[in-house]
Every structure is written in C-alpha cells, then in structure tokens.
Write a protein that binds this ligand. Sequence first.
Ligand code: NAP
Length: 648
Amino acid sequence: MKGPRDVEPIRAQDDEIERHLRDAQLPSLLVALAHVTGDDSLLQDDLRPEDGFLAAAQGGYDEARCDRARALCLDALRRHRDAGCPTPPPPDDARLRRWLEFLARQVDLDRTLPVLKAELALDGADVRAPAWRKSTVAPERSFRVAIIGAGMSGLVAALRLQQAEIPFVIFEKSDGVGGTWHDNVYPGCRVDVSNHFYSYSFAQRLDWPQLFSPQEVLLDYFRTCADRFDLRRHVRFGTEVTEAVFDEARGVWNLGLRTSDGATERFEAQAIVSAVGQLNRPSWLDIPGREDFRGPAFHSARWRTDVPLEGRRVGVIGTGASACQLIPPVADQADSLVVFQRTAPWLLPTPDYHAPVPEGLRWLFEHVPHYAAWYRFWIFWTTSEGLLGSVEVEDDWPHPERSVGRANDAIREMLTAYLAEACAGDQALFEKMLPDYPPFAKRFVRDDGLLPATYRRDDVTLETTGIERITERGVRLVDGREVELDVLIYGTGFKASDFLVPMTIVGRGGRSLHDVWQGDARAHLGITLPGFPNLFLLYGPNTNIVVNGSIIYFSECEVDYLVDCLRFLLEGGHAAIDCRSEAHDAYNRRIDAANRRRAWGASDVSAWYKNRFGRVSQNWPWGLLAYWDQTRAIDPAEYEVLGSTDGP
Ligand code: NAP
C-alpha cells in the first residue's frame, strides 16, 4: 500500500506525460502543481471550477478549458521533472487560502482552512493527533477506556487514545478487525463512496486499485492500518461485551464480557467508547414461514461460502444497496435467479463504479507530490454540501408524492431519464424499476448499467408481486403463485435503529439505556447522552449521511470530540462527565426539525433511516462542515461534572 511519502520521481518523456494527463482530474491537479512548482500563475481565473456535486468530474470545464488546463499541467510537470523533482516546501496558510479560493467558490476561508489541513494531511502530517498526553495532564491517575468494536471507527478511537497515551482495550466479538468489511463477504460487495475519500485522513493511499474498491481491498486496508499503528495488540478478539453498569460511587463502568468459548468475565473501565456500527445485526423478514424453507437460506451479511449456487434456482429478497451489489454476480453463478422487490431503489448513475483507477490518474497520484491529497479534498469539497440542496423540502411544492421540491424534481427527471436509457426499451422493466417516491428518501444505489442489464437476462426475473409467506419449496406470492427455489438469500438489511442492542447498559440511578430510549435512540451530537457518564458513541444516532461525504470523516470528527472530552475530564480531575438534558434535548429538537425538511424525513416510504416511530433516528441533516464545527471541542456548559478523583 503506497502512502503520500511513496511518490516517485518523474522519468517519463513528454508524450507519456501527455497521455497520462488525459485521465487527470484537472482542477485538483492544477493546485497540486502550483504547490509542486511554486507557480501560482497556473491558477488562472477562468479555470476556477464551478462549485457543486454535479460539476465534480472536471469542475464544469468545457473542452477548450480542459485542453488549456492540460497544456498548463504538461508544462508544469516538465519543469518539475527537469528540475530533478525537488520536494516542495510546505505551504503557509496564505498560500493554502489562495488555493482553496481557487478550488472552492463561496467558501468561508476561516471555517474551511482547518478542515482542509486535516483532509489534506500534507506529507502524511496527522494534524488531528491530540496535542496533549495523559502523562502531562493527569500522570498519576488510573484511567482506562474500553472500546467496543474493532471496525473502522473503533480503530480511529484506538489510534487517538494511543497517541494521547491513554490506556485502552478493544473488545471485538469476531475474530478480526474491519467491522462491516470483515462481516460482509457477499459477492459484489464494494464501497459506494469514492475510495479516496472513504479512507482515513491519517492513512491516505496513492494506489487504490479502483475508484470504488471491492470488500477484500477495504478489509486489507483496515488490517494494514491496524498493523501499521500497532493497534492489534490491544484487541481482545472473540470477546463480546454483554453489559456495562455504571458504578456511581466509584465513577467506573463495570463490563460483563463473554468470550467465544462461552466463558464470562468482568472488566472495569473509566470510560466506554461504543464503536459497534449501525449496520451489523441482520434484519430478517417478518414474513411467516422462514423456518419452513428446506434449502439453504442465509443473509447477505452472513454469506455462506459453502453453498454453491451453480445449477441452482436462487431467490434474493430485497433490493437495497447490499442486494443490488450481489444480484449481478449471483445471476452469473445461478441456473436461474428471482429477485423479490418490494420498493424500487433510485439508481444513481456512476459509470466508473466497477472501473479501475484510470492508468493516467494513478500514474499522476504516484508521481505528483500531494496530488492524491488534493484530489481527496476535491471530493470532500464537491460532496461537502453534496446533493443536500436537492433533498430540501420546498414549502407548498405541489407534487409531494414524486419529489420534495424543484431541485429534487430535477434530480428525479435526471434519474428517470437514466433509468429509461439503462432499461434499453424494455418498458415493463422500466415501470418495475421506477421508484414512486422522492429521490433520496431512501438510500440510492449506484449503477453503471449492470443492474438493469442483469434484470434483462432471460434467466433473471424481477418479481414485484408481494410475498405472502416462505414455504418448504420457495416463496408464495400474494397472488397465490409459488416460486420454487433451491437457495434463498435475504438481502433484507439491518436493525439499524436498535442502537447498542443486544448490550445491557445501565447508567446513573440504575436506569437502563434501552428503557430510556424505548426504541427511539437519541444522543447529543450522536455521541453522549444524559445519565450515562463517560459513555461515548461512534456512528451513534443521527450521524449517518445520505447524499454527501464519507462515514469515516464522521467517525474521525466523533473521535476528535471524545478525545477532547477526555482531556477536559483528566485535566479537571473529574471522575466523570454527564451530558446535561437541556443540551441533549435542544440538540435533538434541532435535528428533528432539520430532518423533517429533508426528503427522507418528509416522505413516508419505508427506509432504514427511520425507527419504528417513524422518526429519522439515523441521519444527519446538514453538511460536513457543520459536523466539524460542532465536534471541535467540548462545551463544558453542556456537561455536569461528577465527583473528583482522589488520586490513582
Ligand atoms: P436495506 O437498504 O435496508 O435493504 C433491505 C431490503 O430488503 C429492501 O429492499 C427492503 O424492501 C427489503 N425488505 C425488508 N423487509 C422486507 C419484507 N418484509 N418483504 C420484502 N422485502 C423486504 O439493507 P442493505 O441493502 O443491506 O443496505 C443497508 C445499508 O448498508 C445501505 O443503505 C448502505 O448505507 C449500506 N451499504 C453500503 C454499501 C457500500 O457499498 N458501502 C453496500 C451495502 C450496504 P423495502 O425497501 O421495501 O423496505
């Protein structure tokens, strides 16, 4: 895995460079080359890219501007090569501001500059590493953190605690790191957020093989990070946290553990970080007869590699992101495939979804210092408000059944046109696949044409008649037909709104977390909640994003915040901190009001974004900068301080 320090000197001749430039993302390359050559005259006014998600590919450049930008880049690369590829000096803030202004229109420079520095991580600089150490703020204090889960977010927490020299243990119920990328091994599984952004700011990679890499590449990335930062030795694999009880008198959490051999154990920690994810407990159908089916039946997240699909009649229930990824490869293997669709997903056209990183782009990442970092920032910026404008509810919009406003309707038109083209004249398929709810009220599915093409195969059927029950031989539909199957695959999603289930968590006054939540999970900033001192949630309530950004960015922000909470706690000599109800409730009122103004809050289509009360308990309603701003530092006024430590 090549990182930012592995950039190679340029030896290519002009014509080769010229060829590679055909694959360049030009606006971000111009900035990288201004940095490399020290020549800001590359950043010409009329090459400033347009803002926004839809101008993302080449910043809205027409052909003439693309040609001019390429010519400028070629000249700069030649000069860099001929000068012997010197390492550019680090830029000062004034230059960073100039470059930011070039790349991003309507940018609030003061607000964005710190995010830019963190996301760029120039030269692999980890600007988010805590600037303090426990050994200096509370050297004598005995303090240990239990992290639950060694997936993507648990590893970030572990790294930051390690950097702050706070002792910690990670409990991981499975036998490996990687969380969702460890659990989901179904064929076709891949990331659907651009990889250059779906990666840690502190572990950027120059040589992603694909723009949206497959599961095994992601798993390898997280394993490599765990090794590189020496985190594995802190993980207790095969160990599940079954309960955590807060001992108010002593200000400690008492954890109950169960190991994979069934043994139980207790463990004490002063703080808990829950990094258990939202999408890991499979949701099975509430349809009768599931136990009756005689053949193998399994969930997408519990893939049975021991069940051959060749020569079999296979059924897939569900058409969410997981099912839509596994349907094409399953169709390739099975004798026949029936897909049972209840609600059609909107397809988001993504022509390079299965494509390797173009050769020229990869060459540029590997030869132009900091280009990969600027490319990452470019994705950050174009998705930072992302498609948010197009999911906003417009008051008095006359067509609420099809869209939530003018911008949302324009997206609908675009997606509908894409679907019509992808269905290649098959009107019956188009009608089955056309969603009847506003775009982005549910999670979209990326598509490069493969899914509609799979449905057009003679050996594949897209069944939209409802399921009445599962039978011994297959699936009976509500119209009385029975579809006979040899293998049944459930792509039916996860119990996303059952946060922290099945753990028992008991806080102050002996109150159980699940009694407090009653199935309606909430937290302050998605991280802390009243009555549960020193309990920090990662990827907690209302921290999921729909149309912008990467969940890794969110986890990094959450960890920044919890680390600052620990600094406050340790510096102040407090036993614990407990979020005040007023802060928590006011925050949640803002979240609920904002989510009601989003497509996913306004529409009543079924989606895992909502809990059983119909409240959007998963999604973050605003942009990426807003979460950054709110998670920089603890506001002590929002917390009650409990007790003081009486030494080690
Ligand atoms: P999901 O989006 O919740 O989809 C579940 C599917 O099962 C839906 O089509 C649902 O239909 C169907 N279903 C559930 N109960 C049913 C019933 N009783 N009868 C008929 N159909 C039923 O789950 P998912 O596909 O596993 O995806 C969950 C999330 O994981 C995604 O939204 C995404 O955020 C994440 N994910 C990400 C990636 C990635 O590439 N990074 C890949 C996979 C998943 P209805 O729509 O009618 O409810």
